[in-house]
Ligand binder design. Sequence first.
Ligand SMILES: *Cc1c(COP(=O)(O)O)cnc(C)c1O
Length: 404
Amino acid sequence: MLDIQKIRADFPILSEKVNGKPLVYFDNGATSQKPQVVIDAIAKYYQEINANIHRGVHTLSQLATDAYEISRVKIQHHINAKFSHEVLFTSGTTHGINLVTNGFASILKPGDEVIVSSLEHHSNIVPWQMLCEKTGATLKVIPMNEEGELIIEAYDALLSEKTKVVTVNHISNALGIINPIKYMIEKAHAVGAAVLIDGAQAVPHLKPDVQDLDCDFYAFSGHKMCGPTGTGILYGKEEWLNKLPPYQGGGEMIKEVTFEKTTYADLPHKFEAGTPNIAGGIVLGTAVDYLNHIGFHNIHQHETHLLQHATKRLLEIEGLKIYGTGKNKASVISFNIDGIHPYDIGSIIDKLGIAVRTGHHCAQPIMNFFCIPGTIRASFSFYNTKEEIDIMVEAIKKAKAMLS
Ligand SMILES: *Cc1c(COP(=O)(O)O)cnc(C)c1O
């Protein structure tokens, strides 16, 4: 069992007041809060070893380079990648996905097909649409059912030898549904397609094993897993990263430059042009250590209790409907109250110190499916408590009474 009060003490922001009330932070799906060790590690980097990496012979440059590369190896082990050069530092999930879609622009041809799911974040829709526009490939969409689950028989039927890439999120940010990605990856590989997994919502809740999943790419952001903003990782299988052209040209990613021809650096540097977010990359490793210290088994157990408690308590409210009622779910609840706009509830409970997300959650196709403008989304982290959920439920009841 986790000592939640002890864990909460690691997060200075959790003892802040917002609008005069103790903060109840349920917007973890948008970004997580940061523990003191992560905040301290950022300052420590700038105070003690700040220098540019992979360049200087001087001591600080070597210390910074070592710390950056140690973090890469830490993340390699965390996701169980076979090689550290399969772990690319990015600025976030969006960057990682665009790196891949940009690479596929030189591979796809008219008549090829790309399969996305109807549960995707705009970040995992728009780059693929742009890719299809550029190459003449066709975008196919896996439909969903009323429970917010992908219709897997429909996915099976979409797959053919025309399918070149399949992309799906591990966990839906809008509904919290966990997708059967292992099965989907296996099926895609059977027709020779590559698979990108958008792991942005998964990494705060679980430890992905990219070799066991056998995915070709796995993209995630640091800021949703207790790390700094502007950090992220793209895992790519070595053979794919060798096949794809570089995303950006610049310093650091070259072997030799002349005006006639430039040769590219080896992995991972081929995809890491320019000076990266050095502090961020190092501190992402600190965040991963912190989460592993808490333990993903413990995180899962506590978050499951929170999800069950919130589901039960919210359903006490008359006229409240939960979206995403499938069985396999992470600690995210999307809901609406009959006849009330989600924004109005969100604004009132904000005055009571409660942070939830309202709107389409960058997943407009899901909202269109349910014929709603948006939802209220409460997304829980391991540092949240049942008491906070009770505070939210009472606040929603109050808001509902005011608005109806
Ligand atoms: C947050 C999120 C993204 C985008 O992540 P950025 O950090 O904004 O690049 C993509 N997909 C999902 C499922 C997300 O939750």
